[in-house]
Write a protein that binds this ligand. Structure first.
Ligand SMILES: *[C@@H]1O[C@H](CO)[C@@H](O)[C@H](O)[C@H]1NC(C)=O
Ligand SMILES: *[C@@H]1O[C@H](CO)[C@@H](O)[C@H](O)[C@H]1NC(C)=O
Ligand SMILES: *[C@@H]1O[C@H](CO)[C@@H](O)[C@H](O)[C@H]1NC(C)=O
Ligand SMILES: *[C@@H]1O[C@H](CO)[C@@H](O)[C@H](O)[C@H]1NC(C)=O
Ligand SMILES: *[C@@H]1O[C@H](CO)[C@@H](O)[C@H](O)[C@H]1NC(C)=O
Ligand SMILES: *[C@@H]1O[C@H](CO)[C@@H](O)[C@H](O)[C@H]1NC(C)=O
Ligand SMILES: *[C@@H]1O[C@H](CO)[C@@H](O)[C@H](O)[C@H]1NC(C)=O
Ligand SMILES: [Ca+2]
Length: 807
């Protein structure tokens, strides 16, 4: 990414000659760019997460970051491999720099620090440091840079290039610094603005939650519903208004033969806004054993418009097709007008079929004395509940014995709730994945008349107020003031300046977006607005927050997009609980502009591996149509995005850049850091044999280190560096005085204990024994200055390796 975008206002803006009418757009553009800058993202281009288990090495990223335990282990291994090159003081001085630099791969801002936000440009090999930090690093440990770059494909080249910049702080830091002082390491950790809500859903300056989308299917004609079979296949079934239902496999491929083709029977038209048509499908909740589907659609019978709820049985020959000759009508309701046909069908957790029927149409529910919705002797304007189990002989359905109005005079026994106008999209809460809280709640959007749209929580026997009330306000004053109304108010209502036709959604209970758990996400068909409600469990109130598309860089993850078609027709949940919505650019039953979008939180994902699913196989007859994303560069006029401008999104490849590219880039940077491409050559030892200690000084003969399996710095088996290698000291006569020489060499004041006979560990046989028979006075500068046998000459084994505890 371009680091300049983080600098808010360039100087030319302040120049008076700057044309005034250009000022605002430029400011907005800059704000926009600033806003898109520096969001949490990992090097795999995905959002950060909380690892399954706490990290052992890069501990500070255990709560939220980009590493799981495996990655953490790799980094730790790399660290200790690098640290093998150091003696104790080198370890103390440079260890923390090396550790911090390596651990930035786990930072939630890793992509930013490594310049990896744009998948099309090469990334850095090392994270971007802040200037002060880089200077400190240069002063204390500049010669360790080569070790950090050592894993590269051409270490010789790096030897050349690092050698040139190591000598020059400016060049060195040009190479390592990220110029933006807010978002470099370590300032990024203390930036309050960045860290205030780290890991939560990102909000724009107005508090709008910034989410992204992934296109899942396209080319659909007014897709009205998407359901799953809950049978382990993770298939999804998508209904189009004109009467088709299509099967999509878990991988997004569509079966070319329709699951259901009711186009001939369905009553609809191509005109935009026709509410008639195929409106819903529900599969039996035990679909694996009861292979039945229920559909809800408009028909014309003897020139009379009706809605029909009917049952189909799965084909015995094909698991992906209904038996078209098996239709059995469950119920028909005459529609006095062509609008307000309701259209939701779903099974509750009680196993009963719920049917949501509109008030019959026209404005203000004009039929009868007080309309249909408050008239319990009609099915219009109601939520019905029926039992369709065991209906193979006799009546197509029965009435559940606990239906609320059973036995009431002039009341249809199917009624579960009433006073609804035209409920469009209802859902059942799966419940909190951990506690089960909320499970079974039924949410609906109820489309309003001309002032308010509402969201209702449907309970048994509830009166939802229409036509006495619209939202919280009175619509029919007389009915509204009648004390016997006893209605249930919506959990939320919004005025028509926000939208004119609510599309009910779902409570998110999936696995992949932990931030969204418990959030009710819904939308508006007319305004294209996405919205959310979250329950305050203390007060029971539902708090509204708008949802908007992530700005700037926020959605620049592979496959993600930040815009959608305006007409939000429906919401859906897949078998795993992930959330989708269905929208179109032209709301006509014949326009193929319908798209299914998956809702994605770019701020946090679940720990890798946590949400993996294994779809059970499906026998397929017929051909498959593979999915090709189309959206994201659509016509801006009919897309909804939330930005001051529509930024040009560069094409994003969905693969990581080849590591070679990254390395080339580093090479180029290094090269330009050298003077006029003149690369100064400095001989370099082979691989790991190249030894440098603190402040870049080569390890001196006689340097010592303590080796311990538990990583403690103050104790361990004594090793000494001689003739280019580390070897042990073995001696049964090793004294406390010799021990204190070792400890002082390492920067401690004295030896607390000397351990013989490998009490602090035994080196393996590949390590040479270098010293024996050491007798120190206690004042020597190093073990080599003590009385001792010749290097390499000894009469002991590793069983007598010595160790010390320093203090
Ligand atoms: C290193 O530098 C020397 C001379 O400066 C040059 O001849 C050699 O090709 C360089 N090696 C690499 C790998 O760039
Ligand atoms: C999706 O899965 C089906 C069945 O396993 C397979 O035949 C098809 O090729 C897959 N589609 C893609 C795009 O991989
Ligand atoms: C759907 O059915 C209609 C008539 O019943 C037929 O004309 C049409 O070809 C069918 N469509 C598909 C995709 O099978
Ligand atoms: C309720 O509906 C029934 C059936 O349509 C009708 O006969 C009756 O008059 C209606 N009641 C009122 C009060 O409008
Ligand atoms: C209030 O409503 C009830 C039942 O809906 C009705 O019987 C009664 O007449 C109404 N009262 C008034 C004052 O309108
Ligand atoms: C719930 O509402 C109470 C009272 O208004 C408020 O103090 C509390 O912070 C709210 N809780 C959340 C999680 O918003
Ligand atoms: C090793 O040799 C030294 C003399 O060089 C002698 O003092 C010591 O006892 C020997 N140790 C063993 C274990 O044989
Ligand atoms: Ca209401």
């Amino acid at each position: 990414m371009n680091v300049e975008t983080c600098n808010l206002v360039p100087r030319y803006i302040l120049q008076p000659t700057f044309s005034r009418h250009l000022l605002l757009p430029v400011l907005l553009l800059l704000l926009h760019a600033w806003w898109g800058c520096c969001h949490p993202q990992c090097l795999d281009y995905k959002p950060p997460f909380q690892p399954h288990q706490p990290l052992v090495f890069c501990k500070e990223y255990s709560k939220f970051g980009c590493c799981d335990v495996e990655k953490d282990e790799q980094i730790s291994h790399r660290f200790y491999t690098i640290m093998e090159n150091f003696d104790h003081s080198g370890y103390v001085t440079c260890g923390r720099y090396i550790r911090s630099i390596l651990c930035q791969e786990c930072s939630p801002y890793a992509a930013h620090l490594y310049d990896a936000e744009d998948a099309n440009t090469p990334m850095r090999m090392l994270p971007g440091l802040c200037g002060d930090y880089c200077s400190d690093y240069w002063h204390q440990c500049r010669y360790t840079l080569g070790l950090l770059l050592e894993d590269s494909e051409s270490p010789q080249q790096f030897a050349n290039l690092t050698a040139t910049i190591e000598e020059d702080r400016r060049k060195f830091c040009d190479f390592l610094e990220l110029k933006d002082q807010q978002y470099c390491y370590p300032n990024v950790l203390t930036n309050t603005e960045l860290n205030a809500n780290l890991g939560l859903v990102r909000e724009d300056p107005k508090g709008c939650l910034e989410l992204c989308l992934q296109e899942v299917a396209n080319g659909l004609r007014n897709p009205v519903a998407m359901i799953h079979a809950d049978d382990g296949t993770h298939r999804f079934f998508v209904a189009e208004q004109l009467g088709y239902v299509w099967v999509y496999l878990a991988n997004g491929s569509r079966i070319d033969r329709p699951f259901l083709n009711l186009t001939q029977a369905v009553l609809t038209s191509p005109w935009a806004g026709d509410e008639r048509g195929f409106l819903c499908i529900a599969l039996h909740p035990r679909f694996t054993t009861v292979r039945k589907a229920y559909v809800y659609y408009s028909v014309s019978v003897k020139k009379q418009e009706r809605i029909r709820i009917s049952e189909f049985t799965l084909s015995v020959h094909d698991d992906n097709q209904l038996d078209h000759s098996s239709e059995r009508t469950i119920m028909e309701v005459v529609e006095p007008a062509s609008n307000h046909n309701g259209g939701q069908l779903l099974f509750g957790h009680d196993g009963y079929l719920y049917i949501f029927i509109g008030d019959g149409g026209r404005a203000g529910d004009p039929f009868g004395k007080f309309g249909n919705s408050q008239n319990k002797s009609v099915l219009l304007g109601k939520v019905l509940r029926i039992d369709v189990d065991n209906n193979d002989d006799g009546a197509p359905y029965s009435i559940p014995s606990d239906n609320p109005f059973l036995g009431e005079k002039e009341t249809r026994p199917e009624i579960y709730a009433y006073g609804v106008r035209n409920m469009w999209r209802c859902s059942i809460d799966r419940g909190d994945p951990a506690t089960g809280a909320g499970r079974g709640r039924m949410f609906c959007g109820d489309v309003g008349q001309n002032k308010y749209e509402e969201v209702d929580l449907i309970v048994k026997g509830g009166n939802y107020g229409w036509r006495a009330k619209e939202g919280f306000s009175c619509y029919d004053r007389k009915l509204c003031q009648n004390s016997s109304l006893d209605d249930i108010l919506p959990i939320f209502a919004y005025p028509h300046k926000l939208g004119k036709s609510v599309t009910g959604g779902y409570i998110y209970r999936g696995c992949q977006m932990p931030n969204l758990n418990g959030l009710y996400i819904f939308g508006d068909f007319m305004s294209g607005r996405l919205m959310s409600l979250k329950e305050n469990t203390t007060t029971g109130e539902w708090q509204y927050t708008e949802i908007c598309m992530g700005r700037g860089q926020t959605c620049r993850f592979p496959k993600l997009i930040d815009s959608h078609y305006k007409y939000i027709i429906s919401f859906a949940e897949d078998e795993a609980g992930e959330l989708y919505f269905l929208a179109t650019g032209v709301p006509s039953a014949t326009a193929r502009t319908g798209v299914i979008y998956k809702i994605v939180d770019p701020s946090r994902r679940a720990a890798p591996g946590k949400c993996s699913i294994k779809p059970s196989p499906v026998k397929i007859k017929g051909k498959l149509v593979h999915f090709h994303p189309k959206e994201g560069k659509g016509n801006p006029k009919i897309l909804v995005t939330f930005s001051f401008f529509l930024p040009q999104r560069p094409a994003i490849s969905t693969t990581m850049p080849k590591t070679r590219e990254g390395k080339l880039w580093i090479g180029e940077k290094l090269e330009s850091a050298g003077e006029g491409n003149q690369v100064y050559k400095k001989p370099r030892g082979k691989g790991r044999g190249y030894k440098k200690g603190r402040d870049g000084r080569r390890l001196r003969a006689g340097s010592v280190r303590l080796v311990s399996t538990d990583g403690l710095l103050d104790r361990g088996r004594v090793e000494i560096f001689l003739r280019g290698e580390w070897g042990t000291v073995c001696d049964d006569l090793f004294s406390a005085k010799a021990g204190s020489v070792v400890c002082r060499q390492l920067g401690f004041t004295k030896a607390l204990a000397v351990m013989k006979r490998a009490a602090l560990g035994e080196a393996d046989s590949s390590v040479r024994i270098l010293l024996d028979d050491v007798e120190c006075e206690g004042g020597e500068r190093s073990l080599l200055a003590c009385k001792r046998s010749r290097v390499g000459k000894h009469n002991c084994s590793h069983g007598e390796d010595v160790g010390v505890i320093c203090g």
